[in-house]
Ligand binder design. Structure first.
Ligand code: AMP
Length: 480
């Protein structure tokens, strides 16, 4: 099987769009799925996000829709021919953007509808007529009920991230939507896992599907360095700070299990001086897109998110992922840490494990078929400071020490190896070090002091401004 797009005989407008995207060769899911979808067969694909599966289904689908291409202004000439269903607004938005790019040199129209946004602009788009409709199930049903979307000419339906749609409880909505579609159609189902529920769904709605599997759900990239640190709930934020500081990490995803926990943690980390945004289901669409954009631009360093909100986000090269909560579902562990160490880059995945998480960790062990070692995390502030017993000068045991400054370094090195580049070899014994140490007047502030919460400046969108109660009293006093 070749992996070059040029051997696919894609129509010129599609081939041109692919070339403009800069894709050189097909990803494994594309190499396997595109030829099958081009034949019009149903497909059941096991592929995670980040594998290129959007192009895997949308390129052949667009190719087969080209026969309907027309430049008529009549909406009747542009009925919905392909429906792509996704579990979240972000995913729907991302997939719609990709489809629009692939279709940009064709006359095929596409649009996206999802909840949390005004229905009116979506209605206008739908009324103009679109060949490819990307949607989340709930909002699509709203449009069907309002008679904005008519699905009786759909030839292709894609159930993307189907396992996640079932997890969220979209099955009844999916069943209703599928009941509006013609029986004669091609159905493509993509899911990270083939659970019994997914197989049942496929059994009911797919006809003789070709099964394509490219990445098993229990595979984690070998480029991800995984650590499980023991941390009580009260120590977890401190652990995040410690890892960020000691590994010099610039940006990270932090996963939590609940929306409430997500909002709270984002607020706390923001108060502690970290540029943080929260991404969870209760955020408005506008807030979510802004948070994502801020992270992509580097204006936000930490994105605290729930699994549903983060699934499939097209953010590459996140240097680290924290599991602030051990996920309830072991497969989510694989999804979460799949955000880092992509495309051969090295990544770090840190899971903070509290006393009550033993069963969840055991589930991950079972899925990964690997023994997990729970490590103790060493905190800078717990290391001994002050005079080291070898009679040498005091030194500051924290980042910000200058190379060679710490003559007592060997004791610390035994406890936690530091990056060799940051520290010079141990200094030879010198009478100078037998004198009591005095801080030079112009010594730089140690980083643990410098990193204290900034007193002024930027206020996060997560923090609601506090009412200035004292100021109010003063105002009343002056009236009285
Ligand atoms: P997906 O898994 O569809 O969300 O795609 C993940 C990312 O891979 C997107 O940013 C795509 O633009 C990109 N991508 C898709 N196909 C290819 C390809 N053949 N070569 C390089 N990048 C690709």
């Amino acid at each position: 099987m070749t992996s070059s797009f040029s051997n696919l005989s894609l129509a010129e407008p599609l081939a041109r769009a692919v070339a403009e995207m800069g894709y050189e060769s097909m990803t494994p899911i594309q190499a396997q799925a595109i030829p099958v979808v081009l034949t019009g067969k149903d497909v059941m694909g096991a592929a995670q996000t980040g594998t290129g599966k959007t192009a895997a289904f949308s390129l052949p689908l667009l190719q087969r829709l080209l026969k309907h291409e027309n430049s008529s202004t009549s909406p009747a000439r542009h009925p919905v021919r392909a429906l792509v269903l996704l579990p979240t607004r972000e995913l729907a938005d991302q997939v719609a953007q990709q489809i629009a790019l692939y279709a940009k040199h064709t006359k095929l129209r596409s649009t996206v509808v999802f909840g949390g946004m005004d229905m009116k602009p979506q209605t206008l788009e739908l009324k103009k007529g679109v060949e490819v409709l990307v949607a989340t199930p709930g909002r699509l049903l709203d449009h069907i009920e309002a008679k904005n979307a008519v699905l009786n000419q759909v030839e292709y339906v894609v159930l993307d991230e189907a396992d996640r749609m079932l997890d969220i409880g979209f099955l009844p909505d999916l069943q209703r939507i599928l009941s509006y579609l013609p029986k004669q159609r091609t159905t493509l189902l993509f899911s990270a896992t083939f659970s019994p529920e997914i197989k049942r769904l496929a059994g009911s709605y797919l006809q003789d599907p070709v099964t394509i599997e490219v990445a098993r759900p229990n595979e984690t990239a070998s480029t991800v360095e995984q650590h499980f640190y023991s941390a009580g709930d009260e120590d977890k934020r401190r652990a995040v700070h410690q890892v960020l500081r000691s590994r010099e990490i610039k940006q990270a995803f932090i996963f939590v299990n609940s929306k409430l926990g997500c909002a709270r943690l984002a607020r706390s980390l923001e108060r502690e001086g970290l540029k943080t945004a929260a991404l969870h289901g209760d955020k408005s669409q506008d807030e979510r897109l802004k948070a994502l954009d801020a992270f992509k631009q580097g204006a936000v360093d930490l994105l605290v998110c729930t699994d549903v909100a983060a699934r499939g986000l097209d953010i590459k090269d996140v240097p680290a992922v924290f599991n602030f909560d051990v996920p309830f579902n072991a497969e989510d562990y694989v999804h979460r840490i799949g955000r880092t160490g992509r495309a051969g880059a090295s990544g770090l995945a840190v899971t903070l494990v509290s006393g009550s998480d033993a069963r969840l960790v055991a589930d991950i062990e079972k899925l990964l078929k690997k023994k997990i070692e729970i490590e103790a995390l060493e905190y800078d502030e717990d290391r001994p400071r002050g005079r080291i017993n070898d009679g040498r000068r005091h030194w500051r045991d924290a980042e910000g020490d200058e190379p060679g400054q710490g003559a007592g370094r060997s004791e610390r090195s035994a406890r936690a190896p530091r990056s060799p580049s940051r520290y010079a070899p141990a200094a030879p014994r010198d009478p100078f070090f037998d004198q009591p140490y005095e801080t030079p007047a112009d010594a730089p502030k140690p980083s643990w002091e410098a990193a204290e919460r900034p007193s002024t400046g930027r206020v996060s969108p997560n923090i609601k401004p506090k009412r200035k109660v004292a100021a109010l009293f003063k105002a009343q006093d002056s009236v009285a």
